[in-house]
Write a new protein. Structure first.
Length: 378
């Protein structure tokens, strides 16, 4: 059943009201320039007429993923990669691989709400562990330890987290490895926004993590801004015996589904190459919108933004005069603006709105102006 926010948005659209969407996550709808001929030509391959099922995915596609990591200065063996149709499917594979029904996977809070739906589909329970904000975000390690039970099987890290935009630090990585080694848990690293560091620096991938059994996920959706191409992957790493055993079992799961289509696998080298023209465009958009947000906040003392290191989103802190959902509904009704309330991402308190930084610049400026004016009048 639709929640009040969804109903408010639907009713506004059905009434003919124009809504400024500050939640946009679809990069194909925000005015990014794609090399259409190269992308379409990559899908025209006579080899697509031949079906050669490989449980881990075609070697040529896995080699393309390994080459992507090599460009980042990381060594990933193609044999340790398993292709999936998406990171959502990768989560489903891993939840099924690592946990029996009613066993638990630890997930960060706040973070993206997709985890709950995927866990329910696999009959796995989620146990949240907190992220704390103090001049930037950190993993609450004592809170994570407190969340552990005898049913805990894995801990998910999102690097950088969505929507907080916080990367896992080297110190946190070491602590997570120690916890996993001590408890026998696996690490699941979601790195779909890894390449979008706002300082344009290069952050290390968990794909080379060997201190604990680690499953690192990524895909074309964000790397090359091609979510419609439906290609993701899991890199398996860790102590050799544990990693080899996990990879063998994961290969059985993948072989059961064989979900990745041949044309996109054959096109993978060229589709991954598109990141070199796509990511600079998105980074310019993100940084320009972030600069506009900061400029506007200088003159608006009622609101501020939380620090963000990477990713496509910004978190706006506003006066907590009402529940976040009511604020978001008020923005739709009174301003024609849709922004995500903080509770959508499980923020512990009211007073937060989440906005997409890949929104087209003119749309972002207008929507932001309406949001700040509305909040100031509250």
């Amino acid at each position: 059943m639709p929640n009040p926010l969804t109903r408010a948005l639907r009713e506004a659209c059905e009434s003919g009201k124009t809504i400024i969407d500050l939640t946009v996550s679809n990069p194909t709808r925000v005015g990014i320039r794609y090399n259409g001929p190269a992308i379409l030509d990559a899908l025209r391959n006579e080899k697509s007429l031949d079906y050669r099922p490989e449980s881990k995915g075609l070697l040529s596609a896995r080699e393309a993923v390994a080459a992507y990591h090599k460009d980042r200065g990381e060594t990933v063996d193609p044999q340790n990669l398993v292709l999936t149709a998406s990171t959502s499917e990768a989560y489903s594979f891993l939840f099924r691989l690592l946990a029996n029904p009613e066993e638990e996977v630890l997930v960060p809070k706040p973070s993206y709400p997709l985890f709950e739906f995927l866990a329910d589909l696999q009959d796995v329970k989620l146990a949240p562990y907190p992220l704390l904000y103090d001049h930037g975000w950190q993993v609450d390690m004592p809170g994570l330890e407190h969340a552990l039970t005898h049913k805990s099987r894995a801990v998910v890290v999102v690097n950088p987290n969505n929507p907080t935009g916080s990367y896992i630090s080297a110190e946190e990585r070491g602590q997570l490895n120690e916890i996993c080694k001590r408890t026998g848990m696996a690490l699941i690293a979601d790195e779909v926004f890894l390449d979008y560091a706002h300082d344009k620096g290069r952050r290390s991938s968990f794909a080379t993590n060997t201190d604990a059994l680690t499953f690192t996920m990524n895909g074309l959706s964000k790397i090359s801004a091609l979510p419609q191409m439906k290609l993701g992957w899991i890199a398996v790493s860790g102590p050799s015996t544990a990693a080899e055993d996990a990879l063998a079992r994961l290969e059985v799961v993948a072989d059961t589904y064989l979900s990745v289509n041949t044309p996109v696998q054959l096109a993978a080298p060229i589709l991954l190459e598109q990141r070199k023209s796509i990511q600079p465009q998105l980074m310019r958009r993100i940084l320009d919108n972030l600069h506009e947000l900061d400029r506007r906040l200088v003159a608006n003392s009622s609101s501020s933004r939380l620090e963000v290191e990477g990713g496509w989103y910004a978190v706006l802190r506003v006066p907590a005069t009402e529940p976040d959902e009511e604020l978001a509904i008020g923005l739709i009704h009174n301003c024609g603006v849709f922004a995500h309330p903080g509770h959508f991402y499980d923020f512990a308190q009211d007073g937060y709105l989440v906005m997409s930084l890949i929104t087209e610049a003119a749309v972002f400026r207008e929507g932001l102006s309406r949001v700040l004016d509305f909040v100031k009048r509250k």
